[in-house]
Design a protein around this ligand. Structure first.
Ligand SMILES: Cc1cc2nc3c(=O)[nH]c(=O)nc-3n(C[C@H](O)[C@H](O)[C@H](O)COP(=O)(O)O)c2cc1C
Length: 380
């Protein structure tokens, strides 16, 4: 099958990836209500078709936090991408930088900050608040030394939400023997992945945090270490602490409430991502797109407002811009593409988003993404 859309990359990833990784990417927490809402609420928004306007020239680029984005899209932090494609984070950042969009490296990436920066483009760096503040300080210093332009500070994971699919697939839970058997069987039944990633994509550690995890070198053990190290005691004051070690822009990721958005602005963040972690944390909360307008109204002039969650097409991107986002991030879209076909598939997926965004702009009469507003929507 040749992929024409983001959902086609999902299907190709389903065929190519071991089941544990496909389910890990695809799933959400609990009954996946929020995961579905993210997608369905975007689908339900009607764009307003306008015709007979000269749309020969359109502008998709935006300036944000000192960077020019060639289109208002970025690759959201996704953990363990190096398990979906060989040294996956380096493949994805190459595709992103060729398209002129940012790639945000997860704290729990397989490739380290340094390995990703060695591609020639330092990534945006995503950080979780860890109990081990010494290690955090070290990570911030490494991100700074590598030239990372933006710090994305994820605040919606004081503990991981339970993802039933990971238990059912055998990725988490169960005995070590059961996990090993599942993983062995997954490897045998997905030979292309086994050769590309399982054998030639080593080491399978979480590069940036490997130094802190002494007890084991298995990816699932790293995740257990991370879970033990999430810090529930964090408050907005901690942003001052982060500031001591980071003098660049800070984007707070995982805000769903206007009051929290105001607090982020007050705490001195330069940006925020309206996000529910792709429906992977507190199931039952509202969709990101439905939270966006109130947050943009509350703080849109004080800091950059981005959104993620459920974005599956360029049409979705324009809907988010119309409701107040400066840019959107995609998580599963690029993880599926990477799993389906590596760097070239991520590049093609970004081409698909760009082409769809162009159609949406031209047929709504939006010549410049910087001017997108509610008039692009049919709210009747
Ligand atoms: C497989 C997977 C791993 C993720 N890992 C992280 C992570 O390490 N850090 C983080 O801040 N968000 C993480 N996220 C959340 C994404 O950054 C983003 O918020 C979410 O994927 C957006 O929803 P979408 O997948 O519908 O685009 C992850 C999401 C997925 C699907």
């Amino acid at each position: 099958m040749r992929a024409a859309s983001v959902s086609d990359y999902r299907e190709l990833a389903r065929r190519r990836l071991p089941n544990i990784f496909f389910e890990y990417i695809d799933g959400g927490s609990y009954a996946e209500v929020t995961l579905r809402r993210n997608v369905e609420d975007l689908e339900a928004i009607a764009l307003r078709q306008r015709v007979m306007r000269d749309m020969t020239k359109i502008n998709m680029s935006v300036e944000t936090l000192g960077q020019t984005l060639q289109m208002p899209v970025g690759l959201a932090p996704v953990g363990m991408a190096g398990m979906y494609g060989r040294r996956g984070e380096t493949q994805a950042i190459r595709a992103a930088s060729a398209a002129g969009v940012p790639f945000c490296l997860s704290t729990v990436g397989v490739c380290s900050i340094e390995e990703v920066a060695a591609t020639g483009t330092p990534p945006w760096f995503q950080l979780y608040m860890l109990k081990d503040r010494g290690y955090m300080r070290e990570l911030l210093a490494r991100a700074k030394a590598a030239g990372c332009p933006v710090l994305v500070f994820t605040v919606d994971l004081p503990l991981p939400g339970s993802r039933y699919r990971d238990i059912r697939s055998g990725f988490t839970g169960g005995s070590r023997l059961q996990q090993a058997m599942t993983q062995l069987w997954d490897g045998v039944t997905h030979p292309a992945w086994t050769w590309d990633v399982g054998i030639n994509g080593r080491p399978h550690t979480l590069g940036s945090v490997a130094g802190a995890v002494k007890e084991s070198r298995r990816v699932t053990d790293f995740l257990a270490w991370i879970s033990r190290n999430f810090d529930r005691s964090v408050t907005w004051k901690e942003l001052d602490w982060v500031r001591e070690s980071w003098d660049g822009p800070i984007v707070v990721k995982g805000v769903l409430d206007p009051e929290d958005a105001k607090a982020a602005a007050k705490a001195g963040a330069q940006g925020l991502v309206v996000s529910n972690h792709g429906g992977r944390q507190l199931d039952g909360v509202r969709s990101s797109i439905s939270a966006l307008p109130r947050i943009a109204d509350a703080v849109g002039n004080d800091l950059e407002v981005y959104m993620d969650g459920g974005v599956r097409s360029g049409l979705d991107v324009l809907k988010a811009l119309a409701l107040g986002a400066k840019a959107c991030f995609v998580g599963r879209a690029w993880a599926w593409a990477l799993g389906a076909g590596g760097e070239s598939a991520v590049a093609k997926m970004l081409d698909v988003l760009r082409a769809e965004l162009a159609v949406a702009m031209i047929l709504t009469g939006c010549a410049d993404v910087r001017e997108a507003g509610k008039t692009l929507l049919d709210e009747a």
